[in-house]
Design a protein around this ligand. Structure first.
Ligand SMILES: Nc1ncnc2c1ncn2[C@@H]1O[C@H](COP(=O)(O)OP(=O)(O)O)[C@@H](O)[C@H]1O
Ligand SMILES: [Mg+2]
Length: 249
């Protein structure tokens, strides 16, 4: 399906999005190579979640182009969009588990919904996925019976259920203690590398961004002010970048 010119799974060009008079994204462009892990940094309210929502077509941009696995997301009708989304995993900021379903059933849900002939039994596959995030012993628990870190793991297993080639994570470590946050960060990297997934990770966690991503972008006032390695961020002469780093130190 990677039929676009540059072969990159994610290419965003000139993305703009306003809500009423508030311009949130004012021209955002970047392109990710297969297997890359990108961290998206920026103050609360800069439009990081808006960016992720645009990438999976939950919202439409006012201008700009979004190509995911070669599909121009901004131009797809609902049916094609749903097809394209099967290749894109999404981990919501609030793990967003179904409270009335067990852990096992939460992970089975997308598998039952999109089951193709000849594929492994959803239950079996859910067990494998839950084992890959270290939850093989907790299959029958309900979301209310598990910790915040475990909920993130379940959400991670569910996001990976359809074997997506691109995964978007919205603050996967927010609200977790530092050790659990580091474990989840490590898990995301390990699973991304094993599956050669292209990952976009919105995070407040500078430590995670530094340790776990190949590349990061810093958003400020609707634009990308740094795009590069953590070192590039440290060496940036941009005033906001300097302030952002010193506030986090
Ligand atoms: N559906 C919406 N309607 C109006 N304003 C919105 C909507 N979604 C986001 N915004 C605004 O866009 C800005 C960026 O939001 P968001 O992307 O959630 O920030 P963050 O970087 O913290 O994830 C905020 O000021 C938010 O209030
Ligand atoms: Mg957000």
């Amino acid at each position: 399906m990677e039929n676009e010119q540059n072969g990159n799974p994610v290419t965003v060009e000139g993305l703009r999005k306003s809500f009423g008079a508030q311009a949130v994204l004012k021209g955002v462009s970047f392109s990710l190579a297969r297997g890359q892990i990108l961290s998206v940094l920026g103050r609360s309210g800069t439009g990081k979640s808006v960016l992720l929502r645009l990438l999976i077509g939950l919202d439409k941009p006012d201008a700009g182009s979004i190509r995911m696995n070669g599909d121009e997301i901004t131009e797809l009708g609902l049916e094609k969009l749903n097809e394209s989304r099967k290749n894109i995993g999404f981990l919501f900021q609030q793990a967003a588990l179904y409270d009335s379903l067990s852990i096992e059933e939460n992970v089975e849900f997308p598998l039952r919904r999109h089951r193709k002939a000849g594929e492994a039994e959803p239950r079996e596959r859910a067990h494998q996925l839950l084992a890959s995030v270290g939850l093989e012993k907790d299959l029958n628990k309900m979301p209310s019976q598990i910790s915040g870190g475990m909920k993130k793991r379940v959400a991670l297993a569910r996001a990976l259920a359809l074997d997506p080639s691109i995964v978007l994570f919205d603050e996967p470590t927010a609200g977790l203690d530092p050790i659990t946050a580091a474990e989840i960060g490590r898990l995301i990297v390990d699973l991304s590398k094993q599956r050669n997934m292209t990952s976009v990770v919105v995070t407040h966690d500078m430590h995670a961004a530094k340790c776990f991503s190949d590349r990061l972008i810093l958003l400020s006032d609707g634009k990308i002010v740094v795009d590069g390695t953590f070192e590039d961020l440290q060496n940036s002469t941009d005033e906001f970048a300097k302030r952002f780093l010193s506030d986090c130190a």
